[in-house]
Design a protein around this ligand. Sequence first.
Ligand SMILES: NC(=O)c1ccc[n+]([C@@H]2O[C@H](COP(=O)([O-])OP(=O)(O)OC[C@H]3O[C@@H](n4cnc5c(N)ncnc54)[C@H](O)[C@@H]3O)[C@@H](O)[C@H]2O)c1
Length: 278
Amino acid sequence: MANELKGKVAIITGGASGIGEATAELFVEEGARIVIADVSDVQGEALAAKLGGNARYLHTDVSQREQVQALVDYAISEFGDLDIMFNNAGISGAYHNRFLDDPLTDIDKVLAVNLAGVMYGSQFAARHMAQQRKGSIINTASIAGIQASYAISAYRASKAGVINFTKAIAIDLGEYGIRANALCPGHILTAMSGFSAPGLTPERARAMEAAMMETWMINQPLARHGKGRDCAEAALWFASDRSLQTTGQALAVDGGISAGDPINLHALLMQTRARFVS
Ligand SMILES: NC(=O)c1ccc[n+]([C@@H]2O[C@H](COP(=O)([O-])OP(=O)(O)OC[C@H]3O[C@@H](n4cnc5c(N)ncnc54)[C@H](O)[C@@H]3O)[C@@H](O)[C@H]2O)c1
């Protein structure tokens, strides 16, 4: 593929690293002009410089309504239009093992970045797109918003909110020719996705990380580690005119983990069975 996004203008929030960074690279490869929005200024500016004249960087904290409005205004003033709004910035919040032990001190921040930030970006972009009667809004949710499990309950709530919000605006904005879809990554190797615990020696931390990854892979049908580029490819499809008939959808990019039982009970049963059957 090449030039799938020729002539299109995109904003990518959380674009300085991980999934956003991979998407920034792919969108520019495909001919888009982009604004990378993030709070990691050094990384964001370096990426924009690397990508050349079709990329800009703007410091934007997506939890701040007026900064998101300024971001949309900036993209339109720099590039004359806005076709694609990728609301991708997100934070995981503190990782606590079980709900009873979770101090719930980060609810406001997690909801402000992950959910309110998506809502601001969607609305400000849609107000411009409605005048043009075209546009694609892509909101990063998570498989944590599709299926429930242990821990990070605020994060799960924020991502479930992103999915339902995206479906709601898809219905609301359809008459203006604006599409809205959610991207639901599974485990993707980025800065956010590492497993850590306080007080471990580097060697023990590496061993724990490897063991956690192995456990994850037991439960994932495709035993392959997801990469930012995998999500970028899905974002490209939502952004391009190849998906003109698709709106209100939540697409998991997760190696199949959300296709069925998240604990993979059947696999565990088979392991138990194997202890008895030679
Ligand atoms: N990596 C995974 O396994 C995974 C799984 C499911 C969902 N996600 C989601 O994917 C999205 C991207 O995450 P990632 O894995 O690339 O992580 P990442 O940490 O590499 O990237 C997230 C980016 O968002 C930026 N950011 C954080 N707070 C911000 C704010 N207030 N305003 C603007 N930018 C802000 C960070 O500086 C960073 O550059 C997030 O929404 C995350 O919840 C990731």
